[in-house]
Design a protein around this ligand. Structure first.
Ligand code: ADE
Length: 490
């Protein structure tokens, strides 16, 4: 990821961000950060970048011209370089040329203006931004920036909290830090970003290190017990207690989710597993829920999941889906929802599937002669040509880039692959023709089950109606099948 910070104080940003984990991420080439001095782009003889506000009022405003030309120079650079990184330690003045008059702004780059008037920054926003290739941060000073240039270049107005700082540099640094640590490879422990504070609406539990006793305080006994289940339960209890005490707003949301996880489980554990897992893993948000049913949205996967608790309430549940639904897929849990859904949205595909769920907690054995490795983007062409259900190249590219597809290798030769779909199910299973009937499909599925178990998930997948071979495989792995069909609709 390449981050550009437009600022009047580039040293502040550069010095603040070169240390520790982010400095290492820059050395590894995972992140580049360039603080670009807006003053370098002023056309004023005295290098001025501010002036009095029309209509009077306190203080000075940053003028449109230097901000716009600075932005245009960055945009040109992004367009010229493509994704090619800029060395993290290069001085801005050396690497950026002044904007040419003809330079057109890059249209697909998010430009974030740091302002107390903006949307409140959150972990969710950080996650969303971590998927971008380039980000431009605009730091204001004095009393703000001429509105006209903001209208032209800014895509997102963001605040880091309900207080006023002297400039946007510290908020920009806060954002770069929170976003960059979510880029795969930046943190040593890739799962740590997944199970920490704000994941799943809970604050983190207390942690202890050596010695066992300090200032007369002993580490809680359960943490020394070696019993992982007990430790997990203790930590969950602590997280809940802390959240209830410090963040009642988060705790209410958490309790509501837990309630509907229970309701959906009672109404069919395997049938609703995509909904309950989506809520448990902190991906899905409840849009609306009542006695009538529930609507969950997974914003990242662009999937709405619908369940009606009674056939005559289906219309009400469909009515909860906002907008025109374009670009979204629907996971429909009752047949009664299909007709009202079809009346509201122009859907063309309806795929009936069964859910299969691995409900045990113990790992499945995997043959020793195979090794499993993440497939990177360099496997895109191969995966695209081999995967029997490949239609969307962009989707497979995104899955590979995120490290969600694994290959099974025998003697260093790729024999097949499987992965995790965006909304969380196991899928994309393919065994190469020449390696079929050797247990590789089963081994891949077993590997994926173990991987999901290690992340604290309940492993599940979906099997298209009529795919007896796949149902047979899932059954032999003791996966439970949903009683009824559900429908993937788009
Ligand atoms: N600039 C000044 N105060 C700010 C805040 N709270 N968030 C973002 N940018 C700011």
């Amino acid at each position: 990821m390449n981050c550009y910070v437009m600022t009047l104080f580039p040293e502040m940003v550069e010095q603040g961000m070169r240390t520790s984990i982010l400095g290492k991420a820059m050395e590894k080439g995972l992140l580049t950060l360039e603080a670009v001095n807006i003053r370098d782009y002023t056309k004023d003889r005295h290098k001025k970048t501010d002036d009095y506000p029309y209509g009077g009022g306190a203080g000075m405003l940053m003028q449109a011209q230097p901000v716009f030309d600075c932005y245009r120079a960055i945009s040109e650079k992004i367009e010229k370089d493509g994704a090619a990184g800029i060395a993290g330690n290069r001085k801005p003045a050396e690497s950026l040329v002044h904007a040419s008059e003809s330079g057109l702004p890059a249209s697909n780059t998010r430009v974030i203006y740091l302002t107390p008037q903006g949307r409140l920054f959150s972990q969710k926003m950080a996650k969303e931004l971590s998927k971008e290739e380039n980000l431009i941060f605009l730091c204001g000073h004095y009393e703000g920036i001429d509105e006209r240039v903001l209208e032209e270049i800014v895509t997102d107005y963001v605040s880091v909290g309900d207080y006023v700082l002297t400039g946007g540099e510290l908020p920009a640094m806060v954002m770069v830090d929170a976003v960059a640590r979510l880029i795969p490879g930046v943190l040593h422990n890739e799962t740590s970003a997944d199970c920490e504070t704000f994941h799943n609406d809970l604050l983190e539990y207390p942690q202890y290190s050596r010695p066992e006793e300090w200032h007369g305080k002993r580490v809680p006994e359960v943490l020394l017990s070696g019993d992982h289940r007990k430790i997990a339960a203790w930590r969950l209890g602590q997280s809940e207690r802390r959240t209830a005490a410090n963040r009642p707003d988060l705790y209410d949301r958490y309790c509501r989710k837990q309630h509907y996880i229970r309701v959906l489980t009672e109404k069919g554990k395997a049938h609703h597993i995509d909904m309950t897992e989506s809520l448990r893993r902190g991906r899905g948000e409840i849009v609306e829920a009542s006695e009538a049913g529930i609507l969950i949205k997974d914003e990242e996967a662009k999937v709405y999941m619908l369940a009606a608790f009674d056939a005559d309430q289906a219309e009400e549940v469909v009515g909860w889906v906002p907008g025109d639904g374009s670009g979204w897929q629907f996971s429909v849990h009752q047949e009664s929802l299909l007709a009202p859904l079809g009346q509201r949205f122009p859907v063309s595909v309806r795929l009936p599937v069964y859910h299969v769920v691995y409900t045990e907690r113990t790992a499945v054995s995997v043959p020793k002669h195979l090794s499993f490795r993440k497939l990177g983007e360099d496997y895109l062409e191969e995966v695209m040509s081999r995967y029997h259900m490949a239609t969307d190249k962009g989707y497979l590219e995104e899955r590979l880039r995120g490290g969600h597809i694994y290959g099974a290798f025998a003697d260093d030769r790729l024999t097949g692959f499987a992965g995790t779909h965006q909304e969380g199910s196991i899928g994309m299973l393919e065994v190469y023709g020449e390696y079929r009937r050797q247990g590789i499909g089963r081994a891949l599925e077993s590997f994926m089950i173990n991987l999901h178990l290690s992340m604290g998930y309940m492993p599940y997948g979906a099997v298209a109606e009529g795919n007896q071979a796949s149902l047979g495989l899932q059954g032999s792995l003791r996966m439970c099948m949903s009683k009824g069909l559900l429908y993937w609709v788009w």
